[in-house]
Design a protein around this ligand. Sequence first.
Ligand code: NAD
Length: 252
Amino acid sequence: MQNKVAVVTGGASGIGLAVAKKLNSLGCKVVIADFNLEAGGVAAEGIGATFIQADLSDADQCRSLIEQTTQLHGGVDILVNNAGFQHISPIEEFPIEQWNKLLGVMLTAPFLLMRYSWPMMKQKGWGRVINIASVHAMVASPFKAGYISAKHGVIGLTKTAALEGGEFGITVNAICPAYVRTPLVENQIADQARTRGIKEEEVVTDVMLKNAAIKKLIEPEEVANLVAFLASDQASSITGSSLTIDSGWTAQ
Ligand code: NAD
C-alpha cells in the first residue's frame, strides 16, 4: 500500500484514529478529516499524517475535503467513511435536527465523498471504499432511530457502489462492528444508564454485551486490521460485502 492516498473521516478519535495509524504504518499517505480541530491536529501530528478540518454534515465541506486532498496528494485511492456519532432518544422525542445530522454525517457524507473521489479511482482503475457501518446496520435496538436508519442506509449505498465500481477495479465494502472501546461508547454508557434508569455497569453487561457470544468490548485495532485487509490487493474480489466484527451478536 506504499504511497496510496487514504482519507479517513473521523480520524481524530477511536476507530478512525486506529485506522489512520494502521494505514500510515503500511506506507499510505493518510489524510485525517475531522471537525475536531484540536484532536485532529494532535492525531495527525502524532502519526505524521495530514489533517484537514471538515464538518461532514456540510456538503460543501465534503467537496472541499476531496479537492484539498487532491491538491496535496494528487487524488484519493482509499476512502474510509468512519465519522459518526450517536443520539439516544425515544422516537416521540427524537429531535428532528439530530435525525438530519445523523443521516447527513453517516449516509450523505459517505455518498458525497465517494461521488467526488470516484472519477479519480475510475481513472486509475483502482479504488477502495470502506464504510464503517455497525452491527446496527443489520439489527436494531430501541432509542437509536437516526443512527440505525443511517447505518442500514449505508449498507444499501455500499452494495450499489460495489455494482457500479466492479468494472473499474473499485471495491466497496462495509464493516459492521458491535461495541468497540472508544469515546463514542464511553459516552453512550452514561446516556443509556440515564434513558433506561439503570447503573452504568449494567449498561455494559446487560445491554451492550447481552447478545455477544464473546463477552468483551472490541478494540479499535481489530477494526483497523480488517480495514487494512480490505484496502489491500489481497481483497480485490471482496466487494459489496458487509463484514461483521460483532462477537457473535448476529449469529443468533
Ligand atoms: P468516536 O466518537 O471516538 O470518533 C468519531 C469521530 O468522528 C470523532 O473524532 C468526531 O469528531 C468525528 N465526527 C463526528 N461528527 C463529525 C462531523 N460532522 N464531521 C467530521 N467529523 C465528525 O467514535 P468511534 O466509536 O470511533 O466511531 C467511529 C465510527 O464507528 C462511527 O461511524 C460509529 O458509528 C462506528 N461504530 C462504532 C462502534 C463502537 O462501538 N464504538 C460500533 C459500531 C460502529
